[in-house]
Structures are given as structure tokens and as C-alpha cells.
Design a protein around this ligand. Structure first.
Ligand code: NAD
Ligand code: WQD
Length: 336
């Protein structure tokens, strides 16, 4: 049995499907602070069987310990956390408590239950401003906001944990920019608030929920002047977790990028979305957003060599699947 924290969320629901499809059993823990239990019903519709759901907070060590014991958990995939960069600057203590303290409580519960296999969702945001590209795992880490620092501190805590007890098997996965949705259109990204990320905004503009995309700067040193990112299909990202779990059959600690290795600009995304949706995507050029870098993309070589994993899906597929979910769920899960 795999314990999946944050299992009702965007990436967690796709990992749940990948685990169930691989024949594994899943207990999902989520406090539903940024998600909706409808995603869990949709997982059942896709897979024909359910995850076990426990409504709990990862900071509740006793509750997590009981869940680990009751379900005979052998490994944990840990996604639960807060992820809004701007909010993390306004409420850093909330972020440190939820993400860092939450992970420490989870690890304590795992230690008590003698479950010592952990896959952790980190982020390319730990690299901060790139000193060179593509970003490989040896690139220095220097996060530039409290959210990024929560990921960095957790990485360091996990390294110390592994240093103190080599029985731990830990995979730190640094995601680049996850987008898209399951091909069924039943699960996808459903931001509860105004979205911050590009793809949900573009999708909401295409469907008419917002008037236009604000393109944050077209004066970067890139071919079309707009920011370049390594967008990765969430289904490819999910399969990377299965590869990491397989690798953890051997002891060790690994830190691996999950990205495609190629970058797309904001204008590439808008143009591709327009083509796959057949809808207009009006935009306006605005000031640069504070804290944005010009270009960020992964060197995915280590994931290929170590995990045997590569991403497969194109930007067109990412936009098409994102649009499919948006069309089927114009108001997200709330319309369900
Ligand atoms: P999400 O908000 O959809 O999922 C996170 C889930 O964790 C939510 O369902 C939320 O309710 C739950 N949660 C939060 N705090 C909790 C707590 N204390 N106890 C129990 N449950 C809690 O976000 P996501 O995009 O699916 O991200 C999943 C993970 O991946 C996060 O850790 C995030 O930092 C990381 N990540 C995301 C991105 C991205 O762009 N989406 C990129 C890099 C890394
Ligand atoms: C992508 C590009 C924007 C919105 C963030 C977090 C990072 C990680 C992934 C969790 C940039 C441009 C965006 C808009 C725009 N999350 N943009 N108009 O900033 O690369 O990364 O999400 O770990 O930590 O920082 O992603 O989707 O916000 O932006 O022009 O309305 O789209 O400037 O070039 P980002 P994003």
C-alpha cells in the first residue's frame, strides 16, 4: 500500500491514477485545503477502483501514524503542501508550518511506523535564477521566495535524515512546470482561487471566464521576448513517480529533475492553445512580474540514466488535454 499525501490535488490525483493503473493500492491523505473530493470520485471513474481516502492533515503525526499502521503502508509519496509563490511572501510562517513542519511530522510518523521509503515533490524553483542552462541537478540552489525556501529546507532535512540512517530510501523530485490533464478530461487542474500559473489562465480565457491573458513582459532576452519554461505533461510527471519508486528498491537518496529538457515561450503556449481549442486567446503585454526569470528548462539526463524515465508528451498534447478538462469542467469540480 502506498500513502499519497496531497492525493486529492492536481498532481496527486494523476499520480493516484498511475499507481492504481500499475496495480498498486493507494491510501490518499489530504486536508482538502486546496482541493475537492470530487477528484477522488473521478479517479474511481477512470480506474474502476478507488483510492482509500483519509481526510487528515500531515501535521497530525498521530493520525498519520495510525494510517500508516492500519493500511500496512510500505512507501510514501509526499505532495501535500502549499504552493502559491506570492502568498508565501505574504504568509511565510504559514508556509513554513504547513510545508516544513508538516514534512517533519510526516517523517516522525514514518519513523515510528518503520516506513522508510519516501518520494518527495520538490520544485525547480529551488534553483532560483539560473547561472547556466539547461539546469542540471548540480546547479547551485538559491531559491528566491519563501515557497522555494520551504522546498530547499525540506530537501536539506531529508538529506540529514538519510545521513543519520541509511535505511531510508528517498527520492527528491524537482518538477519543472506541470500542465495538462488526464486524457479522459475527468481530472485536471482546478484552482480554487484566481490562478497564478499560465496554463490555467490561458484555459480560462479561452473558455470565456476571463477577458485576456496578461503577458508578463516581452522584453526578455528570448527569441520572442517572452519568458521560456519547461512545461511537462502531468501524466508524464506522474509516471516519473513510479520510476522513482522502482529505483528505491535499492537503498539511497537521489535528487532528480523531472522536466522535458525543452523550453516554450509564453507566446508559444498562447499560440498552441489557440490552435488546439479553436478559440481566440486575447492577450495584452504587461510589465514583467517581480521574481520571474527569463528562461528555465531542465537537463533531464539524470532521470533518463537513473530512473529510465523520459517525458513523452508534446506541448500540443499538453494544451489539448488541458483544454479537454476545461471544456468538460467549465467551472472546475464545483460544477460537478
Ligand atoms: P495542489 O494544491 O493541487 O495539491 C496539494 C494538495 O495538498 C492539495 O490537495 C491540498 O489540499 C493538500 N494539502 C496542503 N496542505 C496539506 C496538509 N497540511 N495536510 C494534508 N493535505 C494538505 O498542488 P499540486 O500542483 O498538485 O502540487 C503538489 C505538490 O507538487 C506540492 O507539494 C507542490 O509544491 C509541488 N509542485 C507543484 C508544482 C506546480 O506547478 N503545480 C511545481 C513544482 C512542485
Ligand atoms: C510561466 C510563464 C510568466 C502568468 C511557478 C512557480 C514555481 C512552480 C511552477 C511550484 C512565466 C508567464 C504567467 C500570466 C504570464 N510551482 N505568465 N502571464 O513562474 O515558471 O513557476 O509555477 O513549485 O515555483 O514559481 O510558472 O505558470 O506562473 O509562469 O505571462 O498570467 O508564464 O511570466 O514566464 P513559473 P507560471
Amino acid at each position: 500500500m502506498i500513502l499519497l499525501t496531497g492525493g486529492a490535488g492536481y498532481i496527486g490525483s494523476h499520480i493516484a491514477v498511475a499507481l492504481l493503473d500499475a496495480g498498486l493500492d493507494v491510501v490518499a491523505v489530504d486536508n482538502l485545503s486546496n482541493s475537492n473530493s470530487t477528484s477522488l470520485e473521478r479517479i474511481r471513474a477512470i480506474c474502476g477502483r478507488s483510492v482509500i481516502f483519509r481526510h487528515a492533515d500531515i501535521r497530525n503525526e498521530e493520525a498519520i501514524y495510525q494510517i500508516l499502521r492500519a493500511h500496512d503502508v510500505t512507501a510514501v509519496i509526499h505532495l501535500a503542501g502549499l504552493k502559491a509563490v506570492g502568498e508565501s511572501s505574504a504568509q511565510p510562517m504559514t508556509y513554513y508550518d504547513n510545508n516544513v513542519v508538516g514534512t517533519m511530522r510526516l517523517v516522525s510518523a514514518m519513523t515510528r511506523a518503520a516506513v522508510k521509503t519516501l518520494v518527495f515533490s520538490s520544485s525547480a524553483t529551488v534553483y532560483g535564477t539560473p547561472a547556466y542552462l539547461p539546469l542540471d541537478e548540480k546547479h547551485p540552489v538559491a531559491p528566491i521566495n519563501p515557497y522555494g525556501r520551504t522546498k530547499y529546507f525540506i530537501e536539506e532535512i531529508l538529506k540529514d535524515l538519510h545521513g543519520s540512517d541509511k535505511d531510508w530510501r528517498i527520492a527528491i523530485l524537482r518538477y519543472f512546470n506541470p500542465v495538462g490533464a488526464h486524457e479522459s478530461g475527468l481530472i485536471g487542474e482546478d484552482p480554487l482561487d484566481v490562478p497564478n500559473n499560465l496554463l490555467p489562465i490561458v484555459a480560462q480565457v479561452a473558455i470565456g471566464r476571463r477577458p485576456k491573458v496578461h503577458v508578463w513582459g516581452n522584453d526578455y532576452d528570448t527569441p520572442d521576448g517572452t519568458g521560456i519554461r519547461d512545461y511537462i505533461h502531468v501524466v508524464d510527471l506522474a509516471s516519473g513517480h513510479l520510476s522513482a519508486l522502482s529505483q528505491l528498491r535499492q537503498p539511497g537518496l537521489l535528487t532528480v529533475n523531472l522536466g522535458t529538457g525543452s523550453g516554450s515561450s509564453v507566446m508559444d503556449v498562447i499560440q498552441t492553445f489557440k490552435e488546439v481549442s479553436g478559440r481566440p486567446v486575447p492577450y495584452v503585454i504587461d510589465q514583467r512580474r517581480v521574481g520571474d526569470v527569463a528562461i528555465c528548462y531542465a537537463d533531464p539526463t539524470l532521470a533518463k540514466n537513473l530512473l529510465g524515465w523520459t517525458s513523452k508528451r508534446s506541448l500540443t498534447q499538453m494544451c489539448a488535454d488541458h483544454w479537454h478538462f476545461q471544456m468538460k469542467n467549465p467551472n472546475g469540480y464545483r460544477g460537478a
